[in-house]
Design a protein. Structure first.
Length: 252
């Protein structure tokens, strides 16, 4: 069975891989050009168009913004919170650049400390042997890998996490499905808007330390999160307040 290109891209995207709220310092609305369309050089030097991110996907949680940061990590560290669906690039003076991310459907694929030992622009992707074995109709013809480019589920850039000199198989990468950001849809890796991963890639040297929070660490620093019907996360208190307003509206 031959799979339509768009269906294949979306399917591969699924498989590629006391609480104190963070204080917002720089609203995303002050940086409107971050998510505009770009043109980038692909693996063979060909131009690849990166579409602008639709405004509908750029809610307060998903948009890149500079925030106060009260975690213990040193400046330069990348902190991934798969439960709050946020990534922080820690800066000086108690601040961080915060990004919205997409995570695995189970909420986590790896936790603990790692180091970035490989970086790739327009990375290639190869399905695991298990993917090929369990879903040969989808992955069989890709067993030898998919080259980097506009149809690759890893998007425009990838950062590879290593632990003890070994590849964890955990990646921080782009996506060809921007509607997934803020949701739990992938098989475990961390996805960002292509525009976000391209800038983070440029600012991240080899050897950068990465911290992936556990659920307990996430709750301690972010508070509990509630998933909305469309899959996005919002703070529990915000969800409760919205429920009260909705209930009052129904009564009236």
């Amino acid at each position: 069975m031959r799979i339509a290109p768009l269906t294949l891209i979306l399917a591969l995207g699924l498989a590629a891989c006391a609480p104190q709220p963070q204080q917002q310092l720089t609203p995303a609305s002050t940086t409107p050009n971050i998510y505009q369309a770009r043109v980038d050089a692909g693996p063979n030097g060909q131009a690849i168009d990166i579409p602008a991110v639709r405004p509908a996907y750029l809610n307060e949680r998903n948009s890149r913004q500079r925030v106060a940061y009260n975690g213990p990590e040193a400046p330069g560290t990348i902190v991934v919170d798969p439960y709050a669906r946020l990534l922080y690039h820690v800066m000086e003076n108690g601040e961080a650049m915060r990004f919205g991310i997409a995570v695995g459907r189970a909420g986590t694929g790896f936790k603990g400390n790692a180091t970035i030992r490989r970086k790739a622009a327009w990375p290639s992707w190869t399905p695991t042997a298990n993917m090929v074995r369990t879903e040969p109709e989808l992955y069989g013809h890709l067993r030898n890998g998919l080259p980097g480019g506009a149809s690759n589920p890893l998007g425009s850039r990838a950062l590879y996490l290593y632990q003890g000199g070994r590849d964890t198989m955990y990646r921080i990468h782009g996506t060809m499905d921007p509607s997934s950001i803020g949701k739990a849809t992938s098989a475990g890796c961390i996805r960002l808007f292509n525009q976000d991963i391209m800038d983070l890639f440029d600012e991240t040297p080899m050897g950068t330390n990465v911290k992936v929070r556990s659920q307990a660490e996430s709750i301690a620093l972010e508070g509990r999160q509630i998933a909305t019907p469309d899959g996005y996360l919002i703070p529990e208190a915000e969800a409760q307040a919205a429920a009260v307003v909705q209930e009052a509206a129904v009564r009236n």
